[in-house]
Design a protein. Structure first.
Length: 133
């Protein structure tokens, strides 16, 4: 993590009371790009980018009324995987430009999270295996 990302995570944890999962693996040259905190919706969006991917990491406080959960809009569940006691539901999404990307949703404690934008399923699984909720 870099200082900007660390500050963004602290801001999320302080303003929303959400313990943000820690990523111990990112493929290639993935780096923190930006953060948006939506206090009214009790949610956040962090964007990570590299030359091939834009990754969207979202989180919602468990008691929020936010209904944003794209997993139900995909092409169907690719699979469910479990790492360190957390079940991740992975969905393949048609991006309408001849490419597919993956969306993964999970619950940790009372909070909900999603990660979307990865085009490589194996790399996505490596990210999830190395994630501390």
């Amino acid at each position: 993590t870099n200082p900007e990302e660390e500050k963004a995570i602290r801001d999320i944890e302080q303003s929303l009371g959400i313990e943000v999962p820690v990523f111990f693996y990112w493929p290639g040259e993935m780096f923190f790009s930006s953060v948006d905190i939506f206090e009214e919706a009790r949610s956040f969006l962090i964007i990570y980018t590299d030359t091939e991917n834009t990754i969207y990491f979202e989180g919602w406080k468990g008691d929020s009324n936010t209904s944003s959960n794209g997993v139900w809009q995909g092409e169907g569940i690719v699979e469910q995987v479990e790492y360190n006691g957390v079940v991740y539901t992975i969905t393949e999404i048609d991006s309408n430009d001849t490419e597919y990307y993956y969306y993964v949703g999970w619950t940790a404690g009372e909070n909900k999270f999603s990660l979307s934008g990865m085009k490589n399923l194996d790399e996505l699984k490596k990210i999830l295996k190395n994630l501390k909720n």
